[in-house]
Design a protein around this ligand. Structure first.
Ligand code: ZN
Length: 378
């Protein structure tokens, strides 16, 4: 048999999902959610459905023999749906005609956009708090605060934005943050942000707390190599810090479940998509500008220690060598200025992540129980 199905590429599927903000274009339900398998696991129930069927034959809906294979697997022929709506549109071809589906897709994607403009040309990623990720631009930044205009939600919605103030105290303290790809840095919010409607768009005004001091990258530091035990000095030691923080899955270190990064999760979810670089960059901004109290250190410090700003993040290839991913980074370092390097970051498989998180949680619970018993005895 020859190749008879014109399927979407992985990248087209991801782009469809992002343009729909991971919501079903028909019933508007979220297509990502927590999984029953593990508290940190994510289930994807979304499908990139064909408007005109990928292959002819019995059961194929809205198949158009005049289309070329390229047209059938093009993003224009796709619509993001939840699994049940995906089945529904294939059962009822009379109601869900190709034109009806195209209209539905246009309306849904349009409703996710705030200014009727093209999402990609509209700035870069902005993260507000733990749940809102939007595309937007910085309008003003001054001593009284920073003002951003949001044009497209990648995650979250206008409703989440309006509830920012009310829910502020409920956020995890270290997630009361704003991260800005356009500026390459972020910070903890000094107070709840102010949300305003500006025509069809939203504007958010916020003030960040003072930055915590960074280590001077030019001053001497040394640490032992985790690979072969030899001593690492200066930038070599910092590279080991960057690579180990990025290569450790969030929630896999039992004494501190907030340590690490979600780079491996991002890799499996956005591999092949241009969004990966932008999301990896925003994660590095978090690691370089959001302080946390780390074990054995008195003052809060940022996991990336000496990095003031993330200037750029590039992934030339998604191929892994062993389980290592090469990431070209340009950082602004305290005391040194711009610095470029290709980091080699360990990417855990989804199975490894699930297993390591489960193990870490069990150990962490045990420690808390023991601490609790000691506290009772005293
Ligand atoms: Zn649906």
């Amino acid at each position: 048999m020859t190749k008879s199905r014109d399927d979407f590429s992985a990248r087209t599927k991801l782009d469809l999902a992002l343009r729909a903000s991971y919501l079903c274009s028909l019933c508007k339900r979220s297509t990502v959610g927590p999984s029953d398998e593990a508290p940190d696991a994510v289930t994807m129930i979304g499908v990139a459905a064909h408007i005109c069927a990928a292959a002819p034959g019995p059961g194929a809906r809205r198949h158009d023999p005049t289309m070329t294979p390229e047209e059938r697997s093009h993003i224009d022929n796709g619509i993001w749906l939840c699994a049940s709506c995906g089945v529904l549109i294939d059962r009822d071809e009379k109601r869900y005609t190709a034109n009806a589906l195209r209209r539905m897709k246009r309306d849904h994607e349009g409703s996710r956009r705030l200014e009727g403009s093209d999402s990609d040309a509209d700035g870069d990623l902005i993260t507000i708090g733990q749940d809102i990720v939007a595309v937007g631009t910085v309008i003003r930044s001054g001593p009284d605060g920073t003002r951003v205009r949001l044009s497209h939600f990648v995650n979250g919605s206008g409703r989440d934005l309006w509830s920012l103030n009310r829910d502020f105290d409920r956020w995890l303290p270290e997630r009361r943050h704003v991260l800005l790809n356009e500026l390459g840095f972020g910070g903890l919010l000094a107070e709840p942000p102010v949300v305003e409607r500006a025509g069809q768009a939203y504007e958010v005004l916020f003030r960040l707390k003072d930055q915590v001091p960074r280590r001077n990258a030019a001053a001497s530091i040394s640490s032992m190599s985790s690979e072969d035990g030899r001593m690492l000095h200066g930038m070599e030691a910092y590279v080991q810090v960057f690579e180990s923080v990025l290569g450790m899955g969030l929630g896999t270190w039992f004494t501190d479940l907030g340590l690490g990064s979600d780079l491996s999760d991002l890799y499996w979810r956005y591999k092949g998509s241009p969004w990966f670089e932008r999301l990896a960059m925003i994660e590095m901004i978090r690691l370089s500008s959001i302080p946390r109290v780390q074990n054995g250190l008195d003052a809060p410090s940022t996991p990336f220690l000496a990095v003031n700003r993330i200037d750029s993040v590039k992934v030339p290839s998604f191929d892994l060598t062993g389980q290592q991913l090469g990431i070209e980074v340009r950082f602004d370092l305290e005391g040194m200025g711009l610095w470029e390097h290709v980091l080699s970051v360990f990417v855990s498989t989804p199975e490894q992540l699930a297993r390591d998180r489960e193990k870490a949680r069990l150990h962490n619970d045990k420690i808390k129980r023991i601490e609790g018993e000691y506290a009772k005895r005293e």
